[in-house]
Ligand binder design. Structure first.
Ligand code: BDR
Ligand code: CA
Length: 314
């Protein structure tokens, strides 16, 4: 089987971490690099978390730290959701390696240049690094096959009534990405709020019994704590949907639409606006994921947990 070459870019974050557990377990994906961005926490904290996740799951791809802040806006962080560390909950191993000396954009550009085939980007945080890459290396656009991202939502927001966190943190970057002409699959809140993992599912994952499975169950428990207080019946594992779109698209319902990003406004800054009725005359630029087979998604997470053997460090 020909693997899909990918770069993981995220701000871990519990759901980023679970997305990476899923990606690293899949025989369909070839992870060529891991890069970090600021979002859920500062770049120092998300980078430290990312190193600990990679150490835990044995993800040995080239690794680089991203930019300190969004392109234009001031950083926004989410300690209410992910804790002060950005990844509160279970104890994790200390990093077994350090980031490469390259910054995220330079590493991504190197991977794209060296790849014989176009590479898919999987951003699960604000789109700062991806936009900076497109700005610095327009010649590499043709080396990007596809961007499967978590962000936005065409019906509602979560950080403001109109805007989802990842897009709100760096709307200028998101605008550049959505206007890039590169095929985009958008795992936005429309679907990710349905990608719920219930407490009984945590137990199925915990029962897999290996160290990674146990940590994933504890991440889910921590992440659910915030959502339970808001009335959710489970934890919405947003970022893992961007990976599921690559390895199990048949469990998702998608619709091709033109999506624009609002960068200004008192109420709508950071909103992703979809042209459902074709009124703009613009060709669709985004595969918007609208629905998910929740049970199949949970099964995918259970199978990913089963992939990790007892030898992986915990
Ligand atoms: C997104 O925001 C972050 O808190 C999560 O990691 C996810 O990427 C959901 O809005
Ligand atoms: Ca994230």
């Amino acid at each position: 089987m020909r693997k899909i070459p990918i770069i993981l870019d995220g701000d871990p974050g519990h759901d980023d971490a679970i997305a990476w557990v899923l990606a690293n377990a899949s025989p369909m994906l070839d992870i060529r690099a891991v890069t970090t961005c600021c979002g859920n926490q500062t770049i120092e904290k998300t980078t430290y978390n990312a190193l600990r996740i990679c150490t835990l799951i044995g993800l040995n791809a080239p690794f680089a730290k991203g930019r300190k802040g969004p392109l234009v806006a001031e950083p926004i962080i989410a300690p209410t959701v992910h804790g002060e560390s950005g990844l509160d909950g279970p104890k994790l191993p200390e990093p077994a390696f350090a980031p490469s000396g390259l910054d995220a954009v330079t590493l991504m550009a190197k991977v794209l240049k060296e790849s014989e085939e176009p590479v898919t980007l999987v951003p699960t945080g604000p789109l700062t690094n991806i936009a900076a890459l497109l700005a610095a290396h327009p010649e590499l656009k043709s080396k990007i096959a596809h961007i499967s991202l978590m962000g936005g939502g065409i019906d509602f927001g979560n950080w403001t009534p109109a805007a989802e966190f990842n897009i709100l943190v760096d709307p200028e970057a998101a605008k550049m990405v959505f206007e890039s002409g590169i095929p985009i699959t958008m795992a936005g809140l429309d679907v990710t709020e349905k990608a719920l993992v219930y407490p009984e599912d945590f137990e199925r994952i915990r029962a897999v019994g290996n160290p990674v499975a146990k940590v994933v169950a504890e991440w889910l428990e921590f992440f659910y704590g915030f959502h339970r207080s808001k009335g959710y019946p489970g934890a919405p594992v947003h970022d893992a949907v961007a990976v599921a779109a690559l390895i199990k698209p048949e469990i998702l319902t998608m619709r091709k639409l033109y999506v624009a990003v609002e960068t200004e406004g008192d109420y709508c800054k950071g909103a992703t606006i979809a042209d459902r009725f074709g009124v703009t005359g613009q060709a669709p630029n985004t595969n918007v994921i609208l629905d998910i087979d929740r049970e199949a998604f949970v099964q995918l997470l259970v199978e990913a947990a089963e992939h990790y053997s007892e030898e992986v460090q915990a």
